[in-house]
Design a protein around this ligand. Structure first.
Ligand code: NAD
Ligand code: DAU
Length: 330
């Protein structure tokens, strides 16, 4: 099958391209190569590459020619950046999704839209989100993803587009841009830099290995029904402080590097997914967090050639804006 993977040069998208290429699929990537898109993520992986924006109908039509399916990973993805400036999140996550839907409508291609558990918002202890729960996004990022999801559902109902949505939980693994908590803390620990824990650090996330996330998305691509949403959760709920403790242990870094800094505005305390619907299609996560985190830390320890060049330039400016004042006040 010829499959268009948008955002295929990013973290999860590049795992997915590798996954499909290994299965012998004919993969086309459309990626704008923003700060988090990295051609090095696809080195040695068979694919056809198009540089371009999902919000540009001509770029989508060029890359999508002949594709029978599209899997959309392209997005602005970092909550903290959306709090600093939300404009690009609306352009890509809302408008870009609209352009892709128009293309799927015209071409008749199958469309899988990769979304997030953040659209359900904050959860109290003891409950897990199900696919038909109301959307209560907290951050500009989550709201832009919810906007994309609602368009997908409207295009299925109104135009009969063959689309499904996946909502994944917090994903970790190799090749993740070092702005998200795990790669940021691992690389900072390896450099002897502070680990900035937001607030009390007792927030919980449901951790999912990138390979398990990709297997879930592939299951939905092949077996999912149009108009249906599928949660993809790792089932490994941990407090941020516990993840931090494990990173210190695995890297051998000084526990004194941990700093409790001012909290993220609007910070969701807890996410948790009920993934029984996707389990009904035969999917289940296969990598435990302990083993997956150890393998991820080992990769960052070995691949300084991958992340050291990233932690310069634009990254330094972002880091200063996000953390300088916070770290000074601790
Ligand atoms: P990422 O930031 O690592 O990658 C995003 C990719 O999209 C990059 O390659 C970037 O260049 C590309 N891109 C951005 N804007 C584009 C545009 N306008 N046109 C074309 N390409 C563009 O993100 P990720 O963590 O791999 O997330 C991928 C998808 O999975 C996103 O839709 C995200 O919402 C979703 N998701 C992520 C997680 C997670 O924990 N990382 C969890 C659940 C869902
Ligand atoms: O839940 C899925 C979502 O997971 C995806 O949709 C997003 O694209 C992805 O970025 C991620 O969002 P989070 O905000 O949960 O991930 P992040 O790694 O930024 O933060 C994880 C937790 O760690 C969260 O509670 C905030 C906290 N944190 C994060 C950073 C960057 C800190 O305490 N300090 C930090 O410096």
């Amino acid at each position: 099958m010829r499959i268009l993977v948008t955002g295929g040069a990013g973290f999860i998208g590049s795992h997915f391209v590798r996954h499909l290429a290994a299965a012998g699929e004919d993969v086309v990537v459309l990626d704008k190569l923003t700060y988090s898109g990295n051609p090095a993520n696809l080195e040695g992986v068979a694919h056809e590459f198009h540089a371009g924006d999902i919000a540009d109908p001509d770029a989508v039509a060029r890359a999508g020619k002949g594709a029978e399916a599209i899997v959309n990973f392209a997005a602005e993805t970092h909550v903290d950046r959306s709090i600093l400036a939300a404009g690009e999140f609306i352009t890509t996550d809302v408008m870009g999704t609209h352009v892709l839907l128009e293309w799927a409508r015209e071409s008749g291609a199958r469309f899988v839209h990769v979304s997030t558990d953040e659209v359900y918002g904050d959860l109290p202890p003891g409950v897990s989100s199900r696919e038909d729960d109301p959307l209560r996004p907290s951050s500009p990022y989550a709201a832009s993803k919810a906007g994309g999801d609602l368009q997908v559902l409207a295009y299925v109902r109104t135009y009969g587009v063959n689309a499904s949505i996946t909502r994944g939980s917090n994903t970790y693994g190799t090749h993740q841009y070092p702005e998200k908590m795990i790669p940021l803390f691992v690389t900072n620990a390896l450099e002897g830099e502070p680990l900035p824990v937001y607030g009390d650090g007792r927030q919980t996330r449901d951790w999912l290995h990138a390979e398990d996330h990709c297997a879930g998305i592939e299951t939905v691509l092949r077996e999912g029904a149009p108009g249906e949403v599928y949660n993809v959760g790792g089932g490994e709920e941990l407090e941020n402080l516990e993840v931090t403790r494990r990173i210190l242990e695995l890297t051998g870094a000084d526990p004194g590097l941990v700093r409790h800094v001012d909290d993220r505005p609007g910070h969701d305390r807890r996410y948790s997914l009920d993934s029984s619907k996707l389990a009904g299609l035969g999917w289940k996560p296969t990598r435990g967090f302990e083993e997956g985190l150890a393998e991820t830390v080992a990769w960052y320890r070995d691949r300084r050639d991958w992340w050291e060049p990233i932690k310069s330039g634009e990254y330094r400016a972002y880091y200063a804006e996000q953390y300088e004042a916070r770290l000074k006040s601790t």
